[in-house]
Design a protein around this ligand. Structure first.
Ligand code: SAH
Ligand code: DHB
Ligand code: MG
Length: 231
């Protein structure tokens, strides 16, 4: 058998892995369908990425997860299924129509009791959570709009404790992060974030490249070591 590294073989291999280890049940398949029906973008994490996030939740012993960017609830469902029955996942979504689609999908997946969708701009809702004295989260998944990724990270730190895992999606963008002259504001947002992350001694961080059924991209993983009063 001839093996070649190309997009087609990467997709095939991704599907091989997900068929084995991240099969979608009816509820997850229904999310994909619901996005098409509602004319929403197909930018959810892939099945294998969803399983990876679920594993991270389990690895963190997470009881409290925060997500920025719900879309149709696909990643929400994968992570919520990694929580204990009395766990909590707060997911923030700007678009009320998207949040309504997600709410239905989350109910179909049987995890409504663990998921709390908040509708609004994360840049406004996060400071409100901080001011209200929200307990720290064990894991935070940042997957909303990309230009303010650095600001989201700094807000996330204020909702963290030492040991909290912060994950940020889409930080490689088909390798466009290597172009210092990119005019793309999403690329600029993740370039600024990656640079900031490299210099923040409060966290231990790395970036994993991701390939497969979604476009070539990457996820940043950062574990909080300590927090000081300057954040
Ligand atoms: N995490 C989802 C995909 C999220 S797509 C999954 O993998 O299944 C990004 C989402 O962020 C979109 O639904 C978009 O409406 C939302 N979003 C964009 N800007 C936002 C903001 N400022 N605050 C909260 N959500 C935002
Ligand atoms: C985009 C956003 C995402 O969260 C993603 O996973 C892929 C693409 C985007 O806005 O282009
Ligand atoms: Mg994403």
């Amino acid at each position: 058998m001839e093996l070649q590294l190309n997009q087609e073989s990467l997709e095939k291999t991704d599907r091989y892995i997900s068929a084995l280890l991240a099969p979608e049940d009816d509820a997850l398949q229904a999310v994909v369908q619901s996005l098409t029906e509602a004319g929403m973008p197909q930018i959810s994490v892939s099945a294998n990425q969803g399983k990876f996030l679920q594993m991270l939740a389990v690895l963190c012993n997470a009881r409290r997860i925060l997500e920025l960017g719900t879309l149709g609830g696909y990643s929400t469902i994968w992570m919520a299924r990694g929580l204990p029955d009395d766990g909590t996942l707060v997911s923030i979504e700007l678009d009320p129509d998207y949040a309504a689609v997600a709410q239905k999908n989350i109910a179909r997946a049987g995890v409504s009791s663990r998921v709390d969708i908040r509708v609004g701009n994360a840049l406004k809702l996060l400071p409100e959570l901080i001011r209200a004295g929200e307990l720290p989260f064990d894991m935070i998944f940042i997957d909303a709009d990309k230009p303010p990724l650095t600001e989201y990270f700094h807000l996330a730190l204020q909702l963290s404790r030492p040991g909290t895992l912060i994950v940020a999606d889409n930080v490689i963008r088909e390798g466009k992060v290597l172009d210092p002259d990119s005019p793309d504001e999403k690329v600029q947002g993740v370039q600024r974030f990656n640079q900031m992350l490299a210099g923040d001694s409060r966290v231990t961080a790395t970036i994993l490249q991701t390939v497969g059924v979604k476009e070539w991209d990457g996820m940043a993983l950062a574990v909080v070591k300590y927090l000081d009063k300057s954040n």
